[in-house]
Design a protein around this ligand. Structure first.
Ligand code: AMP
Length: 279
């Protein structure tokens, strides 16, 4: 496994692979690798000849009052985990490599970023789309894996790839969960014991919604009320949003009569967690 910090070196290596007819798989992350990331790496590994993992905590996707400075950085453990997943190259750029002096270009995907986390975290998806396009240009992947855990992000990336004619297949990977159901996240480590316990109400509320839909409920207002009640029964979580949206447009819907997604964001203390499921 090689670790590459220079974008030129990464790009040259990838161009060489392409000339040799090798298929490149790519998994962009912010590090602090957990089982969710490893699932993306395993899926990626099965789809390509050369697998690249990037680890870069992208400042442009954090708001001024968000957790950029305390975001977990676990380089040595991450490198070991990557090796265990047969990663060929870790692309590990610095801030100066990604945003050198004079940097001024950004990418904005407009409609699908209007609601949900896009509304609550202004500028977040502009930062995400910008860095992911830059990484795509450096790594030149044929296929890239993204987690359904960040469902809106997955839709944003798919939309960008479609709109900008990028020759990259985007593969969504189902959310990996802890044994008790909590969606695995780098931010779970911020939770106190009480918050960790209370956070379970979020994943449990997904099941409440699924059961309602299975028993025939189609009115999203009623489902959202039940989900809200289930989350708030744990007292500690403060709901940021509970929405049911069309799976492709991410527009809110009032009735479930096609592919629909329940999306939740809630605060446990200062920690903001998200989760979602298909309905
Ligand atoms: P991050 O490092 O948090 O920016 O995430 C990097 C990638 O890992 C993104 O595509 C996320 O959607 C994905 N990811 C994070 N958590 C999970 C999870 N629990 N299950 C599946 N994928 C995940």
């Amino acid at each position: 496994m090689r670790v590459i910090e220079s974008w030129q070196e990464m790009q040259e290596l990838a161009l060489g692979w392409k000339r040799d007819g090798l298929k490149i798989g790519f998994v962009p992350t912010m590090g602090a690798l957990h089982d969710g990331h490893l699932a993306l790496l395993r899926e990626g590994r099965s789809l390509c000849d050369r697998l690249v993992l990037s680890i870069y905590v992208n400042p442009k996707q954090f708001g001024p009052n968000e957790d950029l400075s305390k975001y977990p950085r676990t380089k040595d453990i991450d490198f070991k985990s990557a090796e265990g997943c047969n990663v060929d190259v870790i692309f590990y750029p610095s801030d100066k490599t990604i945003y050198p002096d004079g940097y001024q270009t950004s990418v904005e995907v407009t409609d699908v970023t209007k609601g949900l986390c896009g509304e609550k975290r202004p500028g977040h998806f502009k930062g995400v789309a910008t860095v992911v396009l830059k990484l795509f240009n450096i790594v030149g992947p044929d296929v890239a894996t993204f987690g359904e855990k960040d469902f809106q992000q997955l839709v944003v990336i798919k939309t960008m790839v479609r709109d900008l004619n990028l020759p990259i297949k985007i593969v969504g990977v189902p959310t990996i969960r802890e044994a008790d159901g909590l969606a695995t996240s780098s931010r779970n480590r911020y939770l106190s014991k009480e918050e960790r316990q209370a956070a379970l109400s979020i994943s449990k509320s997904l099941n409440v919604a699924k059961e309602l839909v299975t028993s025939g409920e189609r009115d999203t207002k009623k489902i959202i009320t039940a989900v809200t009640k289930a989350i708030e029964s744990a007292r500690l979580p403060k709901i940021d949003y509970v929405k049911i949206c069309d799976t492709e447009t991410l527009l809110e819907i009032t009735k479930i009569d096609g592919p629909a997604r329940l999306l939740i964001a809630a605060f446990l203390g200062k920690t903001r967690l998200i989760d979602n499921c298909q309905l």
